[in-house]
Design a protein around this ligand. Structure first.
Ligand code: BG6
Length: 496
């Protein structure tokens, strides 16, 4: 009887929620159905300190691995574009914050540069404090909620010289940095995240020879991932002491795994992919434990990291919310002739080329918006329906100047279509009860993107590559303003 009542109440909740999420509106002689989002939904954009600030070796900031790598191997960077100037936000932030309001952003995520705030890891850089305090005040003065992240791929060089995330010392160093940031800016910022896409520095730096230190070593990669996880948990622990009323989360890139078939071997490959790429950070962040399946997988492959007795307690520091960056899915199949034990992740799961895929030709990534519904359901059913938001989603396009009209505005309808398609599936997931509280695009203003430099543009504003101080609005910015204003949209794209 009791259970029946609970089911009925849940069903009623979902029906009410669904009905609130559609709104009929007369336009001309036609009735349009507006897709509505929950009250207070965050409409925003994300970026990071190293990709926007510029002044990379000035105003007291010391080098990160990116500054060092650019200095030693500039040819690796698209068009030799390095991290020194990026979008000059260090000088432009007051104007840029107004631009946020101009396109209706009600929230915005960026990061603090560790090497700017604590140039030697211990001493606070006063200039950095002045800059960030004023920047955060300007964001808020424009009616925008800041969500501030601590680490976006930018390892300080002083720590890298001691081994970076390979060294246990990095955990305490990060906890100290986090505590300093919470104490220094906690009166201005209530919503924080520890890492952006922590799996990226693991795989790009220690598996695929892409980011510095470009080591290829599965065991080291696992150790780096483990220390990063501990550093995240240590930062959450500091947060609970310093800002007990604030909210803290972590931003994870989600590449949901789809297997070639339901055959046992393919399913096993799919599970390995999920354990390594998704559950490795998501489970500890939400549930406070590393999944047993991952522990077993690492042991079977002689990849178990070095741990300490107190780690288990530290890992119990769970988050208040999750940010999920979604760009594309991961399709896998059973590997053909794998090394046992595994030497690379491909010995556990091999990539599968789905013949029906749709591709963004500029970035080479599959476009599969359906995954956002699957992710929404995963959060609902497997992760306690914890509050979460889409913390990055977007379409990178090269040579966007091709689409510029006679008034200088880039007509990026493809980007609007991409966002509508993804929002449709997100909307469906929310209507079915997933606790998603926002949608952030990548990105606000075209930004420098690591080795890719300015090749793929993602912004609502274009940066002129001949003059990085110059920004112009794209059509998608106008569209997003309407979406934010209406807290929803109709599927028919019309911003003219
Ligand atoms: C995201 C990262 O995964 O992808 C960003 O958080 C990055 O830092 C963005 O800029 C776009 O990447 P790319 O490789 O297409 O330039």
């Amino acid at each position: 009887m009791g259970i029946m009542l609970i089911y009925k109440a849940k069903a009623l909740f979902l029906i009410t929620r669904k009905s609130k999420m559609y709104h009929n509106q007369k336009v001309g002689g036609n009735t349009m159905t507006i897709k509505q989002f929950p009250k207070g939904f965050l409409w925003g954009a994300a970026t990071s300190a190293p990709q926007t600030e510029g002044h990379s070796l000035e105003n007291g900031k010391t080098k990160t691995t990116w500054d060092y790598w650019y200095e030693t191997a500039p040819e690796k960077f698209n068009d030799n574009e390095g991290p020194e100037n990026t979008s000059n936000l260090y000088e432009m932030y007051a104007e840029d914050c107004k631009r946020m309001q101009d396109i209706g952003l009600n929230s915005y995520r960026t990061s603090i540069s560790w090497a700017r705030l604590l140039p030697d890891g211990k001493t606070v850089n006063k200039e950095a404090v002045t800059f960030y305090r004023d920047y955060f005040k300007q964001i808020k003065a424009n009616g925008v909620k800041p969500i501030i992240n601590l680490f976006h791929f930018d390892m300080p060089m002083w720590l890298m010289n001691k081994g970076g995330w390979e060294a246990r010392e990095a955990v305490d160093a990060f906890a100290f940095y986090a505590k300093t940031a919470f104490e220094t800016f906690g009166d201005l910022v209530t919503d924080w995240t520890t890492f952006n896409e922590p799996i990226v520095h693991v795989e790009m730096g220690y598996l695929y020879d892409y980011h510095y230190p470009a080591i290829v070593d599965f065991k080291k990669a696992v150790q780096v991932g483990y220390h990063t996880l501990l550093a995240h948990a240590a930062a959450v622990s500091e947060f609970r002491q310093v800002l007990p009323t604030g909210k803290i989360g972590i931003i994870l890139n989600i590449t949901p795994t789809y297997t070639r078939s339901d055959a046992e071997a393919d399913k096993k490959a799919g599970l390995a992919s999920d354990l390594l790429n998704t559950k490795s950070f998501l489970d500890p962040a939400v549930h406070g434990t590393i999944p047993q399946g991952l522990i077993d997988l690492l042991a079977e492959n002689e990849l178990t990291p070095e741990t300490q007795a107190e780690d288990k307690v530290l890992l119990q520091n769970t988050v208040d919310f999750i940010g999920l960056n979604y760009y594309h899915p991961r399709r896998v199949q059973a590997p053909k002739n794998p090394h046992v034990p595994a030497v690379m992740p491909e010995d556990l799961y091999a990539p599968y080329d789905w013949p029906e895929k749709r591709i963004n030709p500029y970035r080479g990534w599959e476009i599969y918006p359906e995954a956002l519904y699957d992710v929404a359901m995963m959060m609902k059913h497997e992760y306690k329906n914890l509050p979460w938001f889409v913390s990055e989603n977007g379409m990178g396009v090269a040579d966007e100047e091709r689409f510029m009209d006679e008034n200088g505005m880039i007509q990026d309808d493809y980007r609007i279509e991409f966002m509508v398609e993804h929002l449709n599936y997100l909307h469906q997931g929310i209507a079915e009860g997933s606790n998603c509280f926002g949608y952030h695009t990548w990105t606000f203003i075209d930004c420098w993107s690591w080795l890719n430099g300015y090749r793929n543009r993602y912004g609502f504003y274009r940066v002129d590559l001949n003059d990085h101080y110059k920004r112009t609005l794209k059509k998608s910015g106008l569209w997003f303003k309407e979406v934010s204003k209406n807290n929803g949209y109709d599927d028919v794209i019309n911003v003219d």
